[in-house]
Design a protein around this ligand. Structure first.
Ligand code: SF4
Length: 435
């Protein structure tokens, strides 16, 4: 039987770390990217990007390989206009929305998503959302947020979307006992698994965002929040303003992270230790076995993270503690000390953590470290591969279900695969040379 990995209360690791703060050139996608997974999550919502042809291209190319059904997103292209043309732009937006809602009567929630072009920045999207809401209520709720690359990196689009949704959550009526809300979008399969484990412990749980906009969970002073994703600073703040309490916990990545995450809920809801053990033992063991199969490829190897998704710290913790990798540098776009407190405590003291990005300087450090594996954005992967480094695209870690016990093996596999591939290539080249 694999025991629950004890997390020592006195563990401090990197709690007092002073990150290397960099504010130079960045190499990341913008917050529009979040639409790729959010539109699949909230199944009666539509995301209308108010943007340029560049935004439309980004959505099409990012979605091109992933869309099998009618997409629930689109772009209203606002071409170059001077200030005098702004009234026309509002009319144009109204026209696009009217047409869209007439063609797609199943839409119950419409997000107007702002972008970078100056013509869009000049448009007041919150007023547009209010105006359209008045026109289309109660069939459709119209909200707005920004996915602009000036304001958001790619996972922050989800944060902005969910923060815009929080004011719409109903108040709990007469609720006295605590309830659990898991915040952050998870693949449905992961949500079902984690929900079943919590329910087996007697904890009723709601997920945010919900699968349907008509089933918004209530939030209030009795709500306890577990964050399922580490990039939800604004959402957490908005939930706290409604009186909810965020439970401190690591993120549910790997067996250890999942156990500690579930334990945070179990402690808050007074779940008996024996029941916790009984509910988690079998999936914990399955997860440990699945991860162990990848350990021979990963143990003792080094990994370098460029800042992309804000998942870097929890992933680094999982790779170091459960798979025996060494951490050369862990970059994160933003370091939220409060949400990352449990993760920082579990990282080995002295880990080089960087916040923000100065891509040239970070590339220099990466090449100097010559890690066995580099986790980076798409734009950096090819140049680094050309330099002989093995890379993993950060975006894959966001699109693939990796949370929870049943996905722990897949998570380890995402990191072991590039190393196996390089080893096979090297072996093949050696055979060719010998022949
Ligand atoms: Fe580019 Fe900005 Fe549009 Fe994102 S929002 S695709 S960064 S123009």
């Amino acid at each position: 039987m694999s025991p629950v990995i004890p997390i020592r209360a006195e563990a401090t690791g990197c709690s007092d770390v002073r990150p290397l703060v960099e504010r130079g050139q960045r190499e990341v996608f913008c917050g529009l990217t979040g639409i790729m997974w959010l539109h699949r999550k909230i199944q009666d919502a539509f995301f209308l990007v108010v943007g340029s042809r560049t935004c439309a291209h980004l959505l099409q190319s990012a979605a091109g390989v992933m869309i099998f059904a009618e997409p629930r997103f689109g772009t209203a292209i606002i071409d170059e206009r001077d200030l005098a043309g702004l009234a026309d732009a509002q009319d144009e937006l109204d026209r696009v929305v009217n047409e869209l809602l007439a063609q797609r009567p199943g839409i119950r929630m419409l997000f107007l998503v702002g972008s970078c072009p100056s013509e869009v920045i000049k448009l007041d999207l919150s007023r547009a959302a209010q105006r359209l809401q008045q026109r289309h209520a109660p069939q459709v709720r119209v909200l707005n947020y920004s996915g602009s690359g000036i304001e958001t990196t790619f996972t922050q689009g989800e944060d902005a979307c969910l923060a815009a949704l929080v004011p719409e959550l109903p108040d709990p009526s007469g609720q006295q006992s605590p309830t659990l809300l898991v915040a952050g979008s998870l693949a449905d399969v992961v949500e079902d698994q984690l929900g079943a484990l919590l329910q087996a412990m007697g904890i009723e749980v709601a997920f945010f965002p919900p699968r349907r906009s008509t089933a918004l969970p209530a939030v209030g002073p009795h709500t306890r929040v577990l964050l399922a994703q580490p990039f939800l600073a604004d959402t957490a703040r908005a939930l706290e303003r409604r009186g909810a309490q965020v439970l401190p916990a690591p993120f549910p990545l790997g067996v250890e992270g999942t156990t500690a995450w579930l334990q945070a809920a179990a402690t808050a809801f007074g779940v008996d230790a024996a029941l916790f053990e009984q509910v988690t033992r079998a999936p914990r063991e399955r997860g440990s076995r699945a991860m162990a199969a990848h350990k021979p490829w990963l143990e003792g190897r080094s990994v370098f993270f460029f800042p992309d998704s804000q998942l870097e710290l929890p992933l680094a913790r999982c790779l170091q503690r459960e798979l025996g990798m060494t951490l050369t540098e862990v970059g994160t776009p933003y370091l939220h000390r409060q949400h990352m407190a449990a993760e920082l405590a579990l990282l080995p003291a002295g880990t080089r953590i960087s916040e923000g990005q100065d891509v040239d300087r970070q590339l220099e450090r990466c090449l100097q470290d010559a890690p066995d594996l580099t986790v980076c954005g798409l734009g950096l992967a090819n140049p680094l591969e050309a330099q002989g480094l093995s890379t993993k695209w950060a975006i894959e870690l966001v699109f693939t279900p990796i949370q929870g016990y049943e996905q722990a093996g897949d998570l380890a596999g995402l990191f072991s695969r590039p190393l196996r591939r390089r080893e096979l290539l090297t072996a093949g080249q050696a055979v060719q040379r010998a022949a």
